[in-house]
Ligand binder design. Structure first.
Ligand SMILES: NC(=O)c1ccc[n+]([C@@H]2O[C@H](COP(=O)([O-])OP(=O)(O)OC[C@H]3O[C@@H](n4cnc5c(N)ncnc54)[C@H](O)[C@@H]3O)[C@@H](O)[C@H]2O)c1
Length: 276
C-alpha cells in the first residue's frame, strides 16, 4: 500500500488508546473509517475528534469482538456503507492479572474471547472483502508479551503469543498467494493508554507476594510511549510492508534479552516480580 488516501480502514477498539489514535492519523491522511468498540462513550469521543476531517466518511458500530456474528455483520455493513474495505486493524484488547491456579474459567474465556477470537473473527470476516481490493492489509495487535512471558500474565501471554503465530502464518499464506494483501503483527511495549486501568486483577496474585491494587499502579507506570506515537509507527510499518513491528525501547530491550537468554530471562522476570 503506497498511501491511505481514499482507502477504507476498519478498526476494533477504536474508542480509546491506540485504536483512537489510529483513527485520527488515518483521517488526517484522507482514509475513510469504519470504527467499532464495545464502549459507546469511547466511540462517541473518537467520532467527535474526527469532526475535524469532514472530507472522510466515518461509520461506527458498538459491538463485542468476541461475538462472531456481530463481527461478521459489521464486516458486511462496512462494505455496504463504504463500497469496499482495504484494512482491518484488530486492535481491541483487555488484560488480566492472575496466577494460573487462581484464574477462573470465566475470566480465561473472557480474555481469550476478546484478545484471540476477536482477532480471528476480524481477520476471517474481513479477509475475503479485503482481497477483492487487491491492495489491502491485516494488522493484528499482539504485545511484547506475545514474545516474552511474565508471572501473573499467563492468559494475556497465551492470547498474544497466539495472535503472533496466527498472523505470521497468515502472512506466509498471503506471500504465496500474491493477492496484494499483506499482514503485520505489532508488539507494543508500554503504551500510555487505559489498558492497565481497565485490567481485571484478582487476589490470587497475593500468593506471589503481589498486591493487585499496587500492581495496577506499577503496570501503569511502565506505560510510557504516547498512543499517537504507537499509531504513527504502525501506519509507517503498513506502508513499508513490515512483517513485525516492536514499539518502544522497552519492547526492543526485552525482545533482545529473551533472544540472548531464552530460558534465563524467565528467572530474571520472576526475580523482578518478587521485588515489586
Ligand atoms: N497499552 C499498552 O501498553 C499495550 C501494550 C501491548 C499491547 N497492547 C495492545 O494494544 C491494543 C489496544 O489497547 P490500548 O492499549 O489502546 O488499550 P485501551 O484500553 O485504551 O483500548 C482498548 C479498547 O478496546 C475496547 N474493547 C475492550 N473489550 C472489547 C470488546 N469485547 N469488544 C470490542 N472492543 C473492546 C475498549 O473499550 C477500548 O476502547 C490491545 O490489544 C492491547 O492488548 C497495549
Amino acid at each position: 500500500m503506497k498511501n491511505f488516501k481514499n482507502k477504507v480502514a476498519a478498526i476494533t477498539g477504536a474508542g480509546s488508546g491506540i485504536g483512537q489514535q489510529l483513527a485520527v492519523l488515518l483521517a488526517q491522511q484522507g482514509c475513510h473509517l469504519s470504527l467499532s468498540d464495545i464502549n459507546e462513550k469511547g466511540l462517541a469521543q473518537t467520532t467527535e475528534l474526527l469532526k475535524a476531517y469532514p472530507e472522510i466518511t466515518v461509520t461506527t458500530k458498538v459491538l463485542d469482538v468476541s461475538n462472531r456474528d456481530a463481527v461478521k455483520q459489521w464486516a458486511q455493513d462496512t462494505v455496504e456503507d463504504h463500497g469496499s474495505v482495504n484494512m482491518i486493524f484488530n486492535n481491541a484488547g483487555v488484560a488480566l492479572g492472575s496466577t494460573v491456579e487462581g484464574a477462573s474459567y470465566e475470566d480465561l474465556e473472557w480474555i481469550v474471547g476478546i484478545n484471540f477470537w476477536g482477532v480471528v473473527y476480524g481477520t476471517k470476516e474481513f479477509l475475503p472483502f479485503i482481497k477483492q481490493t487487491k491492495d489491502g492489509h491485516i494488522i493484528n495487535i499482539s504485545s511484547i508479551f506475545g514474545l516474552t512471558s511474565q508471572p501473573t500474565q499467563s492468559a494475556y501471554n497465551a492470547t498474544k503469543f497466539a495472535v503472533r503465530g496466527f498472523t505470521e502464518s497468515l502472512r506466509q499464506e498471503l506471500d504465496i498467494e500474491k493477492s496484494g494483501v499483506s499482514s503485520l503483527c505489532v508488539h507494543p511495549g508500554g503504551i500510555r493508554t487505559n489498558i492497565a486501568k481497565a485490567a481485571k486483577m484478582n487476589d490470587s496474585m497475593k500468593s506471589l507476594g503481589m498486591d493487585p491494587g499496587k500492581s495496577i499502579k506499577q503496570f501503569d507506570k511502565f506505560l510510557r510511549t504516547p498512543p499517537e506515537e504507537a499509531a504513527r509507527q504502525i501506519l509507517n510499518a503498513v506502508l513499508k510492508d513490515k512483517r513485525r513491528l516492536l514499539i518502544g525501547a522497552d519492547a526492543r530491550i526485552v525482545d533482545s534479552f529473551q533472544r540472548l537468554f531464552p530460558t534465563g530471562y524467565q528467572r530474571i522476570a520472576a526475580l523482578a516480580t518478587k521485588m515489586m
